[in-house]
Design a protein around this ligand. Structure first.
Ligand SMILES: Cc1cc2nc3c(=O)[nH]c(=O)nc-3n(C[C@H](O)[C@H](O)[C@H](O)COP(=O)(O)OP(=O)(O)OC[C@H]3O[C@@H](n4cnc5c(N)ncnc54)[C@H](O)[C@@H]3O)c2cc1C
Length: 477
């Protein structure tokens, strides 16, 4: 018997047969994430249902010197949960309890495998929410959100996942179960391991449970879709709005190629008639109980002022919640519409907001030059200085028609061209990964954002948590 067989024999003593899967379909499915650019190779997929089972699995795999990859909803876009070397996948999806809520503390306890949207649904009847929100919320898990310190569409108002996690139960590779920060709002007693784990991409410990912080659900919201001439106008509009509009909860953008992709994907017409080069989805929320009419009346003043700037070519405001959901669809399905059936190379960059306008002018021209034969899409969380740039290979996922570039050639070519972009980004003191993490796909470029001294510190921390280098090895650095 090889070491994997011995390991499985040990696990079989403690886990149910349906918690250990070795069939090829499961290994392929759980070995891959939405980045879909590497060939998955996992040896086994495990489904613990309790923290104690995770502890047993990690301790046993340490004894057998086997590498473990923590896995959530696999919606990641940097191959953080991807297995390429026969690793053991530890799926948290069955450790997914939600509740109870503590209405005084405004907290909620969940299992790491709880689906983000299910957490929202659970909180809604209590007029509360966990304000981590983005297009993949129907599949992503709280554990994955924590491990990537996920951002999303309302960071401008609520910040990243980090702001909404009070405590973590997490297991290190030696099988020790830790309670990092418990349920404490205040706890200045040395290093805060909770925050160290948030954003560590499953390389330090496996998160099994979390104490989440909740926020009151807004009473009302107004949603707008604007058409603008160019990115420069978008940045000017943002500056204008930020000074005048209270309750701004989202300021998202998409370019014309992204809108065209969504329109085709949804089979719906564009929401505005006069189509510029860039579009903004803006949301304003209110916690007042005065009702929608009062919010409309308040908005009238600044809305007129917005149109008087001349920055907006066309615009529409949702008249009710149904229309608000429909407008959001144009922003939320951008990534899905581009990834759908195509190989896509993705960038997820950020620059200081004050430098956005200059950055745009510089990279737009560079992309046109670097990728003349590919479709390039610009969209993202512009209010956070965060832009996604997706480059699509012609042809569907699996095929390359005669004369077309193969998948491997495409990814090698785009990876090489990235380095030029990253040099520009460094000049702006930007980040090569604003919210998707480093995973396997951005490892080669971490030095554009982090100094050698910082990477050395990260390695030292990794060694302290995982001396055998068995937890998500090869990710980040
Ligand atoms: C259409 C689409 C839109 C997206 N929009 C956004 C967005 O707006 N903002 C944003 O930030 N991201 C976005 N993402 C990326 C992705 O959804 C997030 O990174 C999400 O937080 C990943 O959660 P997951 O459960 O799918 O994690 P996975 O993909 O399964 O894993 C991600 C990383 O976390 C680790 N991990 C997972 N669970 C645990 C755990 N319990 N303990 C320790 N480590 C763990 C994995 O090893 C891996 O390194 C988007 C993705 C898609 C496909």
């Amino acid at each position: 018997m090889n070491s994997v067989d011995n390991f499985l024999a040990q696990l079989a003593l403690h886990l149910q047969p349906d918690q250990i899967r070795i069939d090829e379909e499961t290994r392929l499915r759980y070995g891959q994430d939405w980045s879909n650019s590497l060939t998955p190779h996992a040896s086994v997929v495990l489904f613990p249902r309790k923290t104690e089972e995770v502890a047993f699995i990690l301790k046993t795999s340490s004894e057998f010197n086997l590498a473990i990859i923590p896995s959530g909803g696999r919606t990641g876009l940097s191959a953080g949960a991807v297995a390429t070397k026969g690793e053991v996948i530890l799926s948290l999806e069955q450790l997914n309890f939600i509740g109870p809520i503590h209405e005084g503390a405004l907290t909620l306890r969940v299992g790491a495998g709880a689906i983000t949207e299910a957490v929202h649904d659970f909180c809604k009847p209590h007029k509360l929410t966990w304000p981590v929100d983005f297009a993949s919320k129907g599949s992503s898990t709280v554990g994955g959100n924590i491990a990537t310190n996920a951002g999303g569409v309302r960071v401008i108002r609520y910040g990243n996942t980090r702001n909404w996690v009070l405590g973590l139960t997490a297991v290190t590779m030696d099988g020790t179960i830790h309670e990092f920060n418990g349920e404490l709002e205040k706890n200045n007693t040395g290093y805060d391991f909770r925050h160290l784990l948030i954003g560590s991409e499953g390389t330090l410990a496996v998160v099994t449970e979390a104490e989440l912080k909740l926020s009151p659900l807004p009473q009302e919201r107004l949603v707008f879709f604007f058409s603008l001439e160019n990115f420069k106008s978008v940045v000017e509009l943002f500056t204008f709005v930020r000074k005048r509009v209270s309750g701004l909860s989202a300021f998202e953008c998409l370019d014309r190629a992204s809108l065209d992709s969504v329109v085709q994907h949804l089979g719906k017409a564009a929401p505005v008639k006069n189509l510029g080069k860039v579009f903004v989805l803006m949301e304003v929320e209110s916690h007042s109980t005065e009702g929608t009419d009062a919010l409309f009346a308040q908005a009238e003043g600044w809305l007129n002022a917005i149109f008087e700037t001349g920055l907006v070519l066309d615009g529409v405001m949702a008249q009710n919640e149904r229309e608000a959901v429909a407008l959001w669809q144009y922003r939320e399905t951008v990534a899905e519409s581009i990834l759908n059936s195509h190989d896509v190379h993705q960038e997820d960059v950020s620059v200081p907001i004050a430098k956005l306008s200059d950055f745009f002018s510089e990279i737009e021209a560079r992309y046109a030059k670097a990728y003349p034969e590919f479709k390039v899409f610009f969209f993202g969380h512009i209010g956070d200085g965060n832009l996604h740039i997706f480059i699509q290979r012609p042809g569907s996922h699996s095929s390359a028609a005669t004369g077309e570039m193969s998948k491997e050639e495409f990814f090698a070519r785009t990876k090489a061209s990235d380095l030029e972009l990253f040099k520009v980004l460094k000049n702006y003191r930007g980040s090569i990964s604003a919210e998707h993490g480093i995973g396997l796909l951005k490892k080669h470029a971490i030095h554009f954002t982090r100094s050698p001294a910082e990477v050395a510190l990260m390695r030292a921390i990794k060694k302290a948590f995982d001396p055998q280098d068995l937890l998500n090895p090869g990710k980040i650095f």
